[in-house]
Write a protein that binds this ligand. Structure first.
Ligand code: FES
Ligand code: FES
Length: 163
């Protein structure tokens, strides 16, 4: 099958690759770029395990073709830590508040929560639950996930106030 050259920015780095037009973004990220943080759960847009941030929106990368990401800015869980290697407040929150058990849903949850907090820096519990409605967790239950996102929201506000 003919390949198409795509150029995109992933976690701040420029990437250029030839891909077949049928390749899904999640497979491109995991297999071509070896960014295996985003997971494949359902492959049918239901579970959110494959969530990445694309051009300022959360997308389920199992339902986007790699060629559709040509020219895009993408952030995956691998790009969430700070430049000095310290954890993002969301990562800290999930750790501190026990927001994970097996961890399968966690990369997608964190990347989705990142966009949620960009859009609404101080969400209520209800807004958080609505905001992560497209991401399923089969083990933790959502109580601690909500607490983890609240933890991050508070930390990020304190940090902003101090800057
Ligand atoms: S693997 Fe993409 S939504 Fe489940
Ligand atoms: S922590 Fe296991 S699926 Fe969410």
């Amino acid at each position: 099958m003919a390949k198409k050259l795509i150029s995109l920015t992933v976690n701040g780095g420029k990437v250029q690759r030839e891909v077949e037009s049928r390749v899904l973004l999640i497979h491109f990220l995991r297999e071509d770029l070896r960014l295996t943080g985003a997971h494949i759960g359902c492959e049918t847009t239901h579970c959110g395990a494959c969530t990445v941030d694309m051009n300022g929106k959360s997308v389920k990368s199992c339902t986007v073709l790699a060629v559709q990401a040509d020219g895009a800015q993408i952030r995956t869980i691998e790009g969430m830590a700070q430049a000095d290697g310290s954890l993002h407040p969301l990562q800290e929150g999930f750790r501190t508040e026990h927001g994970l058990q097996c961890g399968f849903c966690t990369p997608g949850m964190i990347v989705r929560s990142y966009r949620l907090l960009q859009e609404n820096p101080n969400p209520s519990e209800e807004e958080i639950r609505m905001g992560i409605a497209g991401n399923l967790c089969r083990c933790t239950g959502y109580q601690n996930i909500v607490k983890a996102i609240r933890y991050a929201a508070e930390r990020m506000q304190v940090k902003e106030a101090a800057e």
